[in-house]
Structures are given as structure tokens and as C-alpha cells.
Design a protein around this ligand. Sequence first.
Ligand SMILES: [Fe+2]
Ligand SMILES: [Fe+2]
Length: 302
Amino acid sequence: MDARPETPEPVDRLCHIADVHFWTVERNPLRLLNKRFLGNLNVLLRRRREYRTEIVDAYADHVAELAFPIVLQTGDLTSTALDDEFLRAARFLRRLRDLGPDVIAIPGNHDVYTFESVRKRRIARHLDGLIPADDLPARRTLPGGTPLILVPTVRPNILSSRGEVDADTVAKTRALVEAAPDPLIVAGHYPLLTTTHGYATSWSRRLIGADRLRDALGATGKRILYVCGHVHRFSYEQDDRWPNLQHLSTAALVQRRPRQQTDGAFTEIHAIPDGFRVFQHVRAAAWSRTEAAPRPHVPDAT
Ligand SMILES: [Fe+2]
Ligand SMILES: [Fe+2]
């Protein structure tokens, strides 16, 4: 049950989807002579059972029925950045866009999984017109006027799954935020908090420079919702250092979680004049929608 009535009317209403992870089992040994060996193993052991990408069109239909003007996709459309995975990702996003919502997409670390995939500009070739053509960070404006700042956080790695936001990107992001009216949304692939009530990240999966970006956003004094994926878990927290900053991560769109008996999730975000409202959509036997309140962030010891 929703905790509050539906008023006031949101200024902007958007759908956040994350971590679709289209996957392919690679059988050509020559294409496994890099990090893809690990990714392929992961697909064989887990992903093909958990990530039911065959139901993604039905989920897109459901999102379209809810008439969101905007769908924000924060990366990890693929598993090992192969052409076949990108072809399916592009088809999914174009189909979704044809159903109504405007789609804004940024890459995740799996979309730049190997140095080879980056060298071949695979993401730019397949997602032309779907990912920003301009350099990130960049600002978009949602139909109701809410600013959305897109932050680049991903890079290829030899083995780990680390992301990075360098000092120059932090400074540019801060300048974009300072020039924008608030409340505003900032989106990246990686979370800025390492541990929340919803997830805990290991060292090898974290964002280098996360704290620097977090403090830069907080210091602007603007009311900000930082939105990410990567952790495959829902989490909505109030920053303990910065009263003007909230953090939202969205669960993976088509992930089956047998213990929870759920088959996927996405998040509905309302920008309202004095901040944000967040609604969790979860698929069990049917879709449910529940408003979430931000939980106070408890800093971890690491
Ligand atoms: Fe990721
Ligand atoms: Fe992911």
C-alpha cells in the first residue's frame, strides 16, 4: 500500500531500469583469451538461469502501459560486450522507445567489458542514437523541467569490475549541478555508497572516486537524487553527511531471485517541487507497486 496520497502531481515522472544483462554463451575459444573467459564462466554458471532476458519484451510492454514519458537505463545491458548481446540490447531499447517513452541510456561496466570491445567501439556502433553522442558528463532536461545529469563511471579492466570517476569528471559534474535548478537527478552506473541496507559491495566492484563525487554533489547544497544500478538490489537512502543528497539503486530488470520468489523489478521516480518520491515495482506472481521512504544511511567501517 502506498503510504501517502498521490498528490501533489509530480513535476516529472520517470521509470528507472537497470542491469538487463543480455547474455551469450561464447563458444569460440579465440574470443575467450581475455576477461571474457571469466564473464563466459559467469554466464554458464549463473546468468543464464537468473537473467531471463526472454521475458524482457513483456516487461517493456508493462512499462509502456504505465505511460512513463521517460525511461532511464543506467547500464549493463550486456554481459560480456559481444555484438550479439548489443544487437539484442539495441532491439529492446528501440522497441521500448517505439512503444512511447523517450529512452535515456548510459553504459555499465559490462558494456565496456573488454579492452577489445572498447577498441572496436562496439557500444557506440550498436547503440547509436540510444546512448548520448556528446561527451559525459552531460545535462538533459526532463519534460517537466527537472534536470538530469549523466555521469560517466565505467572503464574496462583486466580482471576486476571497478569503475572510476576522475577529478576532472567530478569538477565538470559539479559545475553542471551548480548551474542547474533543483531538485535534480544525477545518474551513473556505480553507487556512491559502498554498503547500504540493500547491498554490500566488495572492493573489486567499487567505484574509484565515489567519495569525491559524493562530497562534490553534497557541497552544492542542491537537492539531489543520485540514481544507479550495478548492485542489482533496490536501495533508497538518505546521505548521512549531506542532508540534500539521497541515493537510489534499482534491482536488475529481469533477475529471478528464487528465495524472494521474484522475477524482476524497476523503479518509478517522481520529481516533485520539494524533492522526490520513489516507488518500487516488483514482479512476483504479478507486478506490485510500493512507495519507499529513504532509510538513514549508516556509514560502514571500510
Ligand atoms: Fe555493473
Ligand atoms: Fe550489472
